[in-house]
Write a protein that binds this ligand. Sequence first.
Ligand code: CUA
Length: 178
Amino acid sequence: MTTSTPDAFEDQFHHVALRHERVWVFIAVTLIAVLFLVAVWFVVHDYGLVAKTTQFYSNPNTPSQLAEFQGSGVKQTGPNSYDVYEIGRAWSWTPGTGTPLTLPVGAHVTFYVTSGDVLHGFEVQGTSINLTAIPGVVGHVSYTFDKPGTFYIICNEYCGAGHQAMIGKIIITGAKQS
Ligand code: CUA
């Protein structure tokens, strides 16, 4: 057998081409897999967008009945750091709707978020805060308010007839820190 005949040449050509195709498919699939894992890693670790769930309850009504969620829902934990216990209900945020949540600039806040009825979306505009308020579950997310201003809490998951009016207010007071 010799490689000088057209048939043999073609066979060899196909063999080589097939090998190259396999290599490039492998490279492409590997790149996509690596980029996917990098993207997931960033979302989970860097942006803190994923709700870190602290507690589950067998009775969905339990979290909103906890002592921390009663009263103002705001607990100072350090010189300028706070725990905020936030309940979403159709169709208000407590604290936030009616009486705004007012904190000084630079406040480092950990929000503990739950729902008193159905699913709500806890999103604070202009920040990376975005998690789902789930009955029976307390999720948490931390954020530092570096700039003064008014930040609106909006519900971003459809929760009934008053969904679009489910708005709360966070007011950050004081001068901008340099
Ligand atoms: Cu609550 Cu939409």
